[in-house]
Structure formats: structure tokens, C-alpha cells
Design a protein around this ligand. Sequence first.
Ligand code: ADP
Length: 624
Amino acid sequence: MRKKQFKAESKKLLDMMINSIYTHKEIFLRELISNGSDAIDKLYFRSLTDESVGMYKEDFHIFITPDKDARTLTIEDNGCGMTADELESNLGTIAKSGSLDFKKDMEEKSEVEIIGQFGVGFYSAFMVSDKVTVLSRAFGEESANLWTSQGADGYTIEPAEKDTAGTVITLYLKEDTEEEKYSDYLETYKITSLVKKYSDYIRYPIMMDVETTHPVEGKEDEYETVTETRTLNSMVPLWRKNKNEITEEEYESFYKDKFYDYTAPAKVIHSKVEGQATYDALLFIPKKAPYDYYTKEYEKGLQLYSNGVLIMDKCPDLLPDYFSFVKGLVDSSDLTLNISRETLQHDYQLKLIARTIEKKIKSELTNMLKNDRENYEEFYKAFGMQLKYGVYESYGANKETLQDLLLFVSSHEDKLTTLNEYCDRMKEDQENIYYACGETKAKIDMLPQVEAVKDKGFEILYFTDNVDEFAIQMMSEYDQKHFVNVCADNLDLSSDEEKEAVKKENEDSKELLDKMKDALGGSVTSVRFTNTLKNHPACLTSEGMVSTEMEKVLNSMPNSNGEVKAETVLEINANHPVAEKLKTLSDENLTKYAKLLYMQARLIGGLTIEDPAEFSSLISELMV
Ligand code: ADP
């Protein structure tokens, strides 16, 4: 029989397992039991729509058999099983879901980190075994197959006999060493305690034949040995237990196991609700966004159980889009078992549950923000964008829910701030919440208007995400304060006298300014003097709804035709020497100066200029 090779990464991982110095080798049992339980789940799921699973369902279980003579440990399940192809693809390659960086991580991380973070699934069997066989028959198939491997040199798959669907995994345990007594894994007490420790909440019975010795009744000094089949786990799902019976580690490993994350969650929310809607919910707020989170492929949803029985793997109706990052499950006895996706949408109970869950998530996030800021900020780095989209998408309808969960970088400190904190710091005479947009904080700081506003002692929020300004426009105000872009033309922080002076200056120079506008051939809607600038000679401001930053974003959208145009005004610093100079120029030179000032203003604002060559030659001309 031809021996097949493992895929490269798998082989690496396998090598690691075989030579493992990991001190918690015992986790192999948990991993194999979880796989068995998942396989039963799959068949159970099928039974909801496929009657042929039928009676089989009553007998779902996992069976463990130690054999001291053969030095083998067998883990058997009557789940969905695997075809020959599935054996090949599932056990010949790493199938770690949700870990795109696995390859990279394997190079960078230590064994302990990898095992701790990823869990290692099936391959962990090789931490304790020299040889592993997997006898499997897929549900609905007539034939079975045997997968055999003695480790990194490859594996074989051959046809085999098996009466019923399911999988039998046999571990040929390694020889005992000084550090590790592998034969312990054949002892009843050891297996029992490992199941209790790691797999107690598995929903299906984990069974084992246990031999016990009893005195024979009526006969002194005579004993008999009886074999009885015991169920080792309590089968109470984790979420049905009382909070005070559950350790943090249990929550964590449950989360990592079930939702394929290798980072512990930022927050665990375990709630038991009674009243109009009665349910248990176990929710997790992840710390890191899954690699596909901000793509169309990502599916939101919570697992839905009815009385401990899974009825839907990802029920989208339980989560609003802006909380789509939440993972977890809801178990309610108010729902009927054979409910379909369509009827579920209209289910009154489900809507009630969804509403309470949303409130709960919000209040937990609010708590975290208040009492565990560091943790919240880490969460926000991963999912803040989604909250902002939430404000934007609903045309502001969800702003009440979300506005106090938002954080922005501000000029106050090099830290994130909430809108509420910003408002608390506002100066007495400050009427608006000021913001400025750009790619990075550093680039924003270079904007002439930012300098001017900061100089007046006002705090500025830095909008560096594309969605920021759109979201804020949807909100339109916070705590009755309007959001004002410091680069917008309607921002004027000067005194009435100053305003009057500039107004006059503009009127007096109307001819000059119009000439400059004409020189720029439609690039700007007007040119005028301003006294809000400090050191820079000129800047661009925008009129109307579309800011220059929004122009950039909108035109970079995949289906844009680049036609969105911010209405731009070229503002010239009235206090800058260049302002005086302009008044002395010939028409020809005024055209050149207008162009130069416009191009400078674009560059300072983080925009590109259309004709860098012209810019360069104009500068050179000035230089010589
Ligand atoms: P994971 O369980 O994290 O996907 P594993 O390496 O443990 O990774 O298993 C790889 C795949 O092999 C599983 O996703 C599953 O499809 C299949 N598998 C493992 N054990 C069983 C089993 N007992 N019954 C059916 N399929 C199994």
C-alpha cells in the first residue's frame, strides 16, 4: 500500500507533537472527545431534516476503552464519520479554522504557545502515541476505511470493515519514560478525572466500562468482579451551570474550542434571564477581529439552543449588525425544536430575546469602558470601526445606542477619548465639537486650520478612519453640540472686529481675488483672504456637505467614477507677507502665484497635485 505524505505544515506540527515536551499532554483526550462530539453534532443536525438518522439519535455517545494488555486507548463515537476522501483531507492537512497566520505563527512561536493558543486537535494524539489508527464509516455510506500513521513519515488509508457509522480512534501509547508515565492514560481513575476536568459539559454521554469488585453476598471472603458501563460526564452544558461553579479557565477554553479563537475573549457575558423571555445566554466579546471580519464572507450570529439542543448554528437575528463581532449562544426553552429559519424570523420570543441581548451587550461594553478602559481600548481597536459603521448605516437611527461607545484620538492627550469626555473638557464659550480629517494624526497636525484652532485653545478630534466623518455627519450633533470640521469654510473663531476687518479686505481686493480664481480654472469656487491662519500662507476649506476628505474617500470607492467634488475655497492668510506681495504683481505673475498657492495648499492638506512638473518649474522660476 502506498504511503502518503502529510502536507508541509501538517508535518511540521506533527513533528512538534511527536517530540513534544509539552507538560499538559493530557489535553489530547479533550481534543479527541471534542472531535467526537462535533461529529455527533453534525449527525444530530442532519437528523433535524433527515428522517433516516432516526432512532440512531437516541443512542449518541462517545465510548472510551483502555486496553492494558495491548497498551491501547480507544475513543469511539457514533457521529457522522468520514469517507476515505475526508480522512485524507481532514487528517492529512491542518484544518484549523480561523487561523490564517498559522504558518507564520509556527515559525515564530514556541511549542507551548502554539498548543496553548491553537489547541492542536487531532494531531495531539501523537503527543502520547507512537501509532494512531482511525477507523471510520461515514453516515449513509456502506463501506469503511482505516487510516493509519506512525507519525511524520506519512499515513495509509485502506478499505476496512465497520458495522455502523462513526469513528474509532485507537492510540498505541508510547513507552513510559522517567518524565511521563503514558500507561497512566489506561487507568480508570485517570480517564475519569480527565473527562471531568476537561469534558464535563459535553452534551453526549462519555462512557466507559468500569470494573468493580464487590463482596459476594452471603459468602465471607469471597469477591466478584462486575463490569458496569458508566457515564463519566455530567453533560450539563457550561451555560446551564451556575456562574460561581465556573472558572475563568473553563469559560476561556470553552470559547476557544467552540469559536475557533486562540486569544482569550475580552469579556465573557453569562446571563440567565427570566421573565417575558426566559433564556440562558453565554456571550463572548473577542479581543481580536477574525481575519475575515471586515469582509462579506463573515457571517454574524449566535448559536441557538432549545433546551440544551442545538437548533441553529448561526442565528443572525439575535445580533444587530453593529454587534456582529459577538460570539456565543442562547439557550431558551421558549422556542420550538423544529423551527425553520423562515419562521424563526417572525418569532416573537426570538425578537424579545434579541432585544434584551442587545441591551445586555451595550451595558457590558459601557461597563468595560468605564471600569476596564485598557481592555475596552483593545477591543475598540479591533471592532470600533464596526460601531462607527453602525452609526452611519442606520442613518443615525442607532446613534443613541452607540454614540457613547465611540472613541477618538484627540489633541488633548495622546489618548483615545469619548465624546462625553470631550464635552466635559470644553471651554465655557465653546459651542462646537471640532474635528479634522486625514490619513494620520501627524498629517492632520500639519493642516494650517488645525494649528489655528488649537492655538485658540480648542480641542480637536482626529478622524483617521474613512468612516469617521460619514458617521459623525449622520449623528449631526452630540449633547446638543454640533460637529464642525475645522477645514470647513463656516468655521470662524475670530472676533466680530476681526471678521469685519477681513470682510473689508475681501471687498477691497475683489478684483484681485477674482483674477486668481480665474487663473485656477474652476479648481476652486472662490479665493479669499482669511485671518484664521497662523504660519501657513494658504489653505483649502470646503463649502457644503462634502469635505475634501470625503471627496477622497468617495472617489476611492470601487464603483466611483471620480466625479465627487468638494466645493473648495482657497483661503489666503491675510497676515502673511505673501498677501501684500500679491497686490504688487503683474497679471502674468498673479496667475503663477495663484497656482503656486493653490498647489501648496493641496500639498499641505494631504492631497495630490495634478501637475507636479508645472509646480516644479514655477518654483524654479521663482528661485532664479
Ligand atoms: P478541528 O477539530 O479543529 O477542525 P482537528 O485536527 O481536530 O481540527 O480535526 C480535523 C478534522 O477532522 C475535523 O474538522 C473533522 O472534520 C475531522 N474529524 C476529526 N475527528 C473526527 C471524528 N471523530 N469524526 C468525524 N470527523 C472527525
